[in-house]
Each structure stands twice: as C-alpha cells, then as structure tokens.
Design a protein around this ligand. Structure first.
Ligand code: SF4
Length: 548
C-alpha cells in the first residue's frame, strides 16, 4: 500500500463531511465524559473545578498504579501492535506500565480530565494513553543520536532559563512544572520530577532567577518576542503571571508575548469567569492591546479526543474576551499520524476559535522512539491536508532542528545532502547568526526495529537499572559498536511474521475470543518484557526493604 493511501483513505467529500460532523457532535453540552472512570459519581461542577482537578491529579507511579487497578476492566481490548499483543488482562497492563515507569525519562502527573479521555476498555492502542502512560513492551531502542536535550537549549542559554537562539525572539523557561507530563517532552532534561533514569536540571520559579532573565531581555533591544513557557504557564500563580506579563509589557523592545500552556487540553474547566489565572491572562491581553502589543496563549492539543464541551466553553470564553489562542501539535505515531485524525483535529480546533499554528515532527528525545514517525509521513500529510482548508486554518508543518537550528518547514530539506532512502534529512537555517546560520542540521528517521537489539536492550537496561545508571549511560552502552554488530536486522512488520510469535499471538487471540480466561502471558514478546522487568522490580523491592 502506498504511503498516500495509508495517510488519506479514499473518502468522498460527503463521507468526510459526515465524519467531521460526527467529531463535532462529541461536544454535547453537559455530557459526563468521566462516567467510565473511578470519578463517575463526581458532580459536573466539581469535576470541572480546577481546585478539584488539582486535588485529584494522579502524581507518581504508585498512585497511577492504584488508578489503573480501579479504571481497567478484567481484560483489555486487543492491540494491533505485535509488541503489545501479550497484554490481555488488567494485571498484564499494570505490570507492563510499572516496568516502563522505571525507564521513562518523564515523571507521572495526570489530571482527571486527561485520564477520563482514555478508553480504558481499549487502552493499548488508545491515542491519549500512548502520550502519557508508557508500556515496557512498546519500548524500542532509541536512535543513537537521540538525547534528552535534542534542541541544545542549554547550550543556547546565555542566562539560566532563557533560550536565545533567534535574533528577535527568546524563550523564557519560567518554571519546570506542568499539570501533566507528556512522554515525548522536548525538555525531558528539565521538566518534572527526576525519574529513576534521569536527573533533571530544573528551572525553578524564583524571582531572583527571573530578574536575571528580565535584565538580559531589557539589555538586548533586538529581542521583540518572548515565549513564556517551562514547564507550563498554567503552573504559575496568577500574581506571578501578572508580574511576568507586566514586566515584559513594560519593556520598550518587547512587542509580543506568548504564554505557553497545555491547560486547555488537560484541565480546561479552569478557564472561566472569575478564575484569577484566567482573568489575569485576559487583563494582560487587554493591557497589551492598549499598548499596541500582542499577548496570546499557545496551547498543545494533539488529538480530537482531548477536546470536550468544557474545552469548547473555555476556548470561547477566551475568544469572547479577545485572547488569541494558537495550537501547537506534535505528530505522534498511533496518535494523530493519519490524514483522518489530523484533519479532524485541525477542523475541530478551528471550530472553537483556536488557530492551528504548528504541527511538529516529534523531536529526537530519548525514550519515545515508539512515538516517532518517518519524515516522509509529515511531508505527505502537509501535502494532502493543504488545499482542503482555508489558508488561515492551515498549520505549518515543521521540524525543530536537532542541535538548535530552530524550526524549518519539513519540506525544505537540502536535497543534495539528504538521503531519503536512509531516512537522513539535512536542513540549513540561514536566518541564524554566525556559525549556526552556516551549519547543516540532521534529523534521523526512526529505524526499523531489530529483534536481536530488542532482546539486547532489555538485558542491558535491566542490568543498568540494577547498577543505578542514568538513561544517558544506558544509551551510551547500548550504542557501543561492538554490541550493534551482533544484532540481526528484523523490520517491525517481520516480527509479527515470526513463526513462534505468530503462534503465541494466535493463541492469545483465540483465548481472548473464548472469554479471555487465562493465557500464559509469558509466551509473547510483550509479556517476555514484562516478566523480565517484573523480576527487576522484585530486586528493587528487596533492595528497598533491605535499606530500611
Ligand atoms: S506540557 Fe509541554 S513542557 Fe510540559 S511535559 Fe508536556 S510537552 Fe513538556
């Protein structure tokens, strides 16, 4: 099947419109979309209150484990992913997730709103689950060029927490905390609590640090545009939001301020009349307009299912009060990398007055190789979606260049130095000053999965975790050339053709069909992962017990 057909099924215009209409109809006002979660009896007003969302946010792996125990049914829907087909029961899922938490670069923090958007009967292939809850069986080796700071933000920071890469604009990292932690965070080196494999280098919200940042911005008259991010501006206290906004608006050189927050996607009930954070944002937007400056909100929604009637009301409240809201999505495998889903997302965002601004190629960060897509997919999606929408609704499809070259349109790669066959794309960023403007920047596609490497990766990670190594050290060991030579290349598709696995997969499928009683889950690739990590878990429990 050609890429074209995979990305854009041959839908007639009428069918596409009907499907679009169906997507929008999920906005039914008042629908209790949390009715299939442990919070099913919580009244609407309470569920939507930000205070309630904060109080019930699931923080840390133990709490998530408890939540999963309550939310998952006895048996879970089958996955189309060969690596996940050994996960059949609630216990399999929880064991696999617990094993993955040990390796994940990002900590766990999830709001009830986002957890309620997962279809817990079919969590394996669920686009929301994939973004936030890792599964060990899905982990595949990182590209050897993946790092925790793939955009080299720290190298481009003249003072702590300020990335100054472009001549006229800069990124102010005001905090390192977010209402949820995304698995694929581009700032995995700094955001969230430290994990078992990653020691973070956080940018804590501190007036002393902010003052150094303000002074740098003031002393660089070429800076006109500031993104206030982190972390997430939702986690700034309203008085801090106001202080940052007014301080920046007070600088003659600053013309535009963008507050970056995933709040609309993960706790939209906060955006309403009377909420201090919301009213502060509206106040800053109005103050900016009075001064002839722009203050807007940039949000991050990746899938239509993240949008509910509460999101619609929140977005419309901001629209009514003149706040410009733009969205930046990340293209993720199994989440939104199809014509149908991405098109729906863009149209749905436009329908609630959020401007679809960017679709990003997923950064080359560690630990999320299962979510990355080849560059040709995003280029094809750009080609096929363009022309189906009004120009102002059409987002820019961009890659943020590894090494700090900034954002480039995905289709503007250098043809002479790009190897399409090998999936190695090279770009230039001539708008950047000095050496950076002359460099070539390289993006590597995810490679086909190699079965022998998967097995080696499992062994090395288990071993490394026991000895307390970091993710970077594990990565360095894994990509030692002497190890790579011994690996046999097996494309992912071929793994499911493996006779033994097929047999086991069929056994699992027929067991599922016959009421899913008991299946020896140690017989599939997925379950072999879980089993190994489980043994590792026991070791750590024992170590913990011994140390107390
Ligand atoms: S909300 Fe943004 S900064 Fe926070 S974890 Fe997700 S991607 Fe990273």
């Amino acid at each position: 099947m050609t890429l074209n057909r995979v990305l854009r099924p041959n839908l007639s215009r009428a069918t596409r419109l009907t499907r679009y209409g169906r997507t929008l109809s999920t906005f039914t006002d008042g629908e209790r979309y949390w009715k299939d979660t442990p919070w099913k009896d919580v009244p609407t007003e309470e569920f939507n209150s930000y205070r309630w969302q904060l109080r019930h946010t699931v923080v840390g792996k133990e709490k998530l484990q408890r939540f999963l125990g309550e939310a998952l049914p006895d048996t879970v829907g089958a996955s189309k992913d060969p690596l996940l087909q050994g996960i059949l029961r609630r216990e399999d899922f929880i064991d696999d997730a617990v094993a993955a938490f040990k390796l994940a670069p990002m900590a766990i923090r999830l709001t009830p709103h986002i957890l309620s958007r997962v279809d817990w009967r079919n969590p394996l292939d669920d686009p929301i689950r994939k973004q936030f809850i890792p599964l060990a069986s899905a982990i595949i080796p990182d590209n050897e060029n993946a790092t925790l700071d793939s955009l080299h933000e720290e190298a481009d920071s003249p003072v702590p927490g300020l990335v100054h890469r472009y001549p006229g604009r800069a990124l102010f990292l005001a905090t390192s905390i977010c209402p949820v932690y995304c698995r694929f965070c581009t700032r995995s080196y700094a955001v969230g609590e430290k994990t078992e494999t990653v020691d973070k280098r956080p940018q804590k919200p501190s007036r002393k640090r902010w003052e150094v940042v303000f002074q740098y911005i003031e002393s660089h008259p070429e800076l006109q545009d500031i993104v206030v991010s982190g972390g997430d501006a939702y986690y700034l206290q309203p008085e801090d939001l106001r202080e940052i906004g007014e301080r920046l608006l007070g600088m003659d050189n600053i013309q535009r301020i963008r507050f970056a927050s995933k709040g609309l996607a993960v706790a939209p009930g906060r955006i309403q009349k009377g909420d201090p954070w919301t009213e502060t944002l509206i106040h800053l937007s109005k103050q900016g307009r009075d001064q002839g400056k722009q203050v807007c909100l940039h949000t991050h929604i990746n899938h239509t299912r993240e949008i509910t009637w509460v999101t619609k009301n929140a977005a419309n409240y901001l629209f009514k009060h003149g706040v410009i809201v733009r969205n930046q999505s990340v293209l993720l495998k199994g989440v939104n990398n199809s014509y149908k889903e991405l098109s729906n997302l863009i149209k749905t965002l436009s329908a609630i007055n959020i401007q679809p601004y960017y679709v990003y190629q997923c950064d080359m960060v560690q630990g999320v190789e299962d979510l990355r897509t080849p560059m040709k997919e995003i280029i094809e999606l750009d080609k096929h979606i363009r022309g189906t929408l009004s120009g102002f609704m059409m987002p820019s499809f961009v890659v943020d260049l590894p090494g700090g070259g900034g954002k480039r349109l995905v289709s503007t790669y250098e043809p002479d130095s790009t190897d399409l066959e090998a999936g190695v794309y090279r770009y230039r960023a001539p708008g950047l000053d000095g050496e950076k403007g002359e460099m070539l920047y390289t993006y590597f596609d995810p490679k086909p999965v190699k079965e022998a490497e998967l097995s080696m990766l499992r062994q090395q990670k288990a071993e490394a975790l026991r000895s307390g190594q970091t993710l970077e050290q594990i990565q360095a060991t894994f990509f030692n050339p002497s190890h790579r030579n011994s690996a046999t290349e097996v494309p992912l598709e071929a793994i499911s053709q493996d006779a033994g696995l097929m047999q086991n997969t069929h056994a699992a499928e027929s067991a599922q069909e016959s009421g899913r009683k008991h299946v020896d889950s140690h017989t599939s690739i997925g379950a072999r992962f879980s089993n190994e990590w489980l043994n590792d878990d026991e070791v750590n429990h024992n170590q913990l017990a011994a140390s107390h």
